[in-house]
Design a protein around this ligand. Structure first.
Ligand SMILES: Cc1cc2nc3c(=O)[nH]c(=O)nc-3n(C[C@H](O)[C@H](O)[C@H](O)COP(=O)(O)OP(=O)(O)OC[C@H]3O[C@@H](n4cnc5c(N)ncnc54)[C@H](O)[C@@H]3O)c2cc1C
Length: 436
């Protein structure tokens, strides 16, 4: 195995393979290596469909060996540290690899340790997540016999922040299919004050929440999970208004409507200033953080993520290092869709630097998209950029004749269910640029 490469890519996930493929497509001579110890590669945007019984996990998985682009070396190891002054990365076995350019994209760390009790409770019994075990999540949703169905997410950054919601909307349809919807109270407990950061999309989703009769509990920060007793403990981060209360104590209680929307009287305990929601099943997006080897490296900022310029994706301190995907510190949603716009920027900038064409060009505007399933056959296409304004893609209007993609549409469902995965495996991973 060689020890010197023109370009080394750390992480062979969506971002890493797409960068490698586009680089090779544009310059066949380029000497590129991907370092990644994983033997499998996943297309995770399909996982909410797996937990809803719509597709199989198998369809979202390929062997890593089969997705590494032709002509790209695969170093089957994990990176443990970086020595940017020497243009070196060090792998877990102590081997050192030298690069002219480095692309850092090892994704995000699923970090259940950040919530007390979660490591023990997670992916067992009725506590499930399609971030970790989508097939177990399907089992839990299918076997649910009614009662309180709690859907929740942590206060940390997470990838695809729309995923918990779409799982909940699909589950509500599934509960109708399995005949338990009538006996079920659905609670969506979230740390923030709104269900989505883009106002137009938020409005649409609140209509879905009304239609599906879901109780949303805002300002709920998950701090502890008791898997045995089936209680999720929350700190309510907003002081409720005088005379109001966040849960019903008796018939006279007036609820704080900033905290409770469409209240459902589910069993709740209070202890040490925390509110515990008793559940019969719990779905959650687990807390997430920057991978430890990134957090401990000279490439990270004070939050642990890779410090990059938000438009060029070039490292703020090392001009031959770029980062993208979930690990990059960018004020936008961490999605595969964002990566489709980030990859061409990184590729063009590296090629410009290789050709000594001056400062990198190509500007990433924060584009991201959460495709939010709102039921079987229904989908919202939530596209936005750094401004957090709804910025619909003209392609949807011109080619799919969808005038307003913030509204639920079955053609958007087909696009997500069939065309997106097809495009991913057959075009994106082979160097195609969706935007061209
Ligand atoms: C349930 C769910 C639903 C989602 N839905 C959508 C959606 O609808 N639309 C959308 O656009 N996005 C969605 N996403 C988000 C999308 O999947 C991610 O944003 C995307 O996969 C991130 O790609 P990445 O390349 O940054 O990281 P990953 O794809 O996670 O790849 C990281 C790679 O780095 C490797 N790695 C880790 N550590 C090291 C190391 N030390 N050394 C070397 N390699 C390492 C890993 O093995 C892995 O192969 C969803 C995600 C989930 C979990």
């Amino acid at each position: 195995m060689k020890e010197n490469y023109q370009v080394i890519i750390v992480g062979g996930g969506s971002a890493g393979v797409m960068v490698a493929a586009q680089l090779k497509k544009k310059n066949l001579q380029l000497d590129v290596a991907i370092i990644d110890g994983a033997t499998e590669h996943f297309f995770r945007p399909s996982w909410p469909f797996v937990s809803a019984g719509i597709t199989k996990l198998e369809n979202s998985r390929k062997n890593m060996a089969d997705v590494i682009p032709d002509g790209v070396a695969w170093i089957k190891k994990y990176v443990s540290s970086f020595v940017p002054e020497k243009n070196q990365v060090v792998t877990e076995d102590g081997a050192k690899y030298k690069y002219n350019f480095l692309v850092v994209c090892p994704g995000i760390k699923i970090d259940p340790e950040l919530i007390e009790g979660l490591t023990d409770a997670m992916d067992k019994g009725v506590v499930c997540s399609n971030y970790t075990k989508p097939e177990h999540a399907l089992e839990v949703l299918q076997n649910f016999q009614g009662g309180t169905a709690l859907f929740t997410q942590p206060a940390t950054l997470i990838k695809c922040s729309g995923a918990p919601q779409k799982t909940m909307y699909l589950a509500e349809d599934l509960f109708k299919k399995t005949g338990v919807r009538e006996q079920t109270k659905i609670v969506y407990a979230i740390p923030g004050d709104r269900v989505f950061g883009v106002e137009r999309i938020r409005e649409r989703l609140m209509q879905v929440i009304d239609r599906k009769d879901i109780n949303v509990r805002f300002f709920h920060k998950l701090v502890k999970v008791d898997g045995d007793k089936k209680i999720a403990w929350y700190k309510i981060t907003k002081k409720w208004k005088d005379g109001l209360y966040p849960i019903k104590k008796d018939e006279k209680t007036v609820l704080d409507s900033d905290i409770q929307y469409n209240y459902k009287d589910v069993e709740v305990s209070e202890k040490d200033g925390l509110f515990g929601i008793h559940f019969d099943m719990m779905y959650l997006a687990p807390p997430q953080s920057a991978p430890d080897f990134i957090r401990d490296s000279p490439l990270s900022n004070e939050h642990g993520w890779v410090a990059v310029d938000q438009n060029t994706l070039q490292h703020l301190a090392y001009e031959n290092i770029f980062s993208l995907g979930d690990v990059a510190f960018l004020p936008t949603a961490k999605t595969y869709s964002a990566i489709t716009k980030q990859v061409p920027v990184v590729v063009n900038n590296i090629l410009r630097l290789i050709n000594a064409s001056g400062l990198p060009e190509g500007r990433y505007n924060g584009y991201s998209c959460c495709q939010i399933a709102t039921g079987y056959g229904k989908m919202i296409w939530a596209e936005f950029d750094y401004s957090l304004k709804f910025t619909p893609n003209p392609f949807l209007r011109t080619h799919l004749l969808i005038r307003d993609s913030s509204k639920e549409h079955w053609r958007l469902w087909l696009l997500k269910r069939y065309i997106m995965p097809y495009y991913y495996w057959n075009k994106a991973l082979k160097g195609g640029d969706i935007w061209k």
